[in-house]
Ligand binder design. Sequence first.
Ligand code: GLN
Length: 471
Amino acid sequence: MKPLNELTITEAAALLSKGEVSSVDVTKACREAIEAHDGDVRAYLEVFADTETQAKEADARRAAGEAEALLGIPLAVKDNILIKGRRASAASKMLENYVATYDATVTERLKAKGAVFLGRANMDEFAMGGSTENSAYGPTHNPHDLSRVPGGSSGGSAAAVAAHMALGALGTDTGGSVREPAAFCGVVGFKPTYGAVSRYGLIAMGSSLDQWGPITKSVGDAKLLFDAVRGNDPKDSTSNSGDERISKRTVKKRIGVPMSIMGGLESDVLDAFEESKAKLASLGYEVVEVDLPLLKKALSIYYIVMFAESSTNLSRFDGVRYGLSTQGANLVGDYAESRGAGFGPEVRRRILLGTYVLSAGYYDAYYGRAVAARKQLVSDFNRAFEDIDAVLTPTTPGPAPKIGEKADPLSMYLMDVFTVTPNLLGMPSLSVPSGTVAREGKNLPLGIQFIMPHGADDALLDLGSRFLGEA
Ligand code: GLN
């Protein structure tokens, strides 16, 4: 048998239900892996002191007759998801000592199923970034090559799963933060349809883009976590049951690839992508070229809408209501001092740019046009989905870069070229591992990303598990 920490959630759940292992055993195996590897990887900002107590409780619930698949499964939790009574800092100095006073809806639902929370996973500050280098507490390292980034912003979550320091992890995805680190770390990342999972209790970045998402070793595991938390929540008015949006579409077994945006790929990355297309063809899918005229503008649209929404969301951190509070000469001084001391450079950059695109003189030129273009992008995709089941792209333009390699913010933003689109669309998107490329003697993982129409989450997970040969 594999070491317990190397099991998928599905495998561990089977052993737990047969009584062959206990949650205490599985949790201990993860804790030992953390002990052995996290000094190098640094996926966790905090490992909770009470993991064994949580595991014992899960074992007691099972002994009393409960049989949920997630009962006793140890998970890593991104540091922007609230767990009552525990810290949630969003990897920012601003919230360094913030202790959550309530559970996020996803937390509440996972507690009801008996999941064990191992600790807080590192991330880019306020989820702003694609490498976890923007964490105020130092970067996480990619388990496949410690000199490289794990991706971000859910980099700690993805690294924890890839290094078997958790059976699965929770992340959030505003423009790729679940899928991009999953691709760089060789694991599965899923962003559900906007609203399919409640955002209540997730520290907000861009509210029209944010979604919760699982990072796991298999698509089956992603489905288990998604099923545990999905569905309407009265505390989030944008959440929905999914029912009304589930497209009653006929399956066409046709997948569209927008080749026009593949320009910048390195040749072995393009080769790997071609292999994935061939694999889909061998599974009986027709892979066709799809024309999505506005797709090349998606990154520009995202980097206006997201700046605008981030700057708005972060205005609540004023040194009065939450977190860090620094005294200035007067009230405005308090705001300026607190925000200057609490926010890191990338967060400040986004607040400035967001304020700029929303300012009276520039609103029409930037924000207004981005919102109009976003609508057009949605119609482009809806039209395309009349002929195809899914759109396929690489998840990222290449494998994980070195720590420090993308210090220039624009080159960092360009890594998001494929992942931001599903967030603008509100459509579900899944990244699955698709082979490796060699760099400096190391095999680095790549991922491919599928996008499907609103509400087609289950069909999307189905397609992913077929691609990986799980189903
Ligand atoms: N990398 C993207 C950004 O920097 C996405 C971040 C996210 O999804 N939270 O905005």
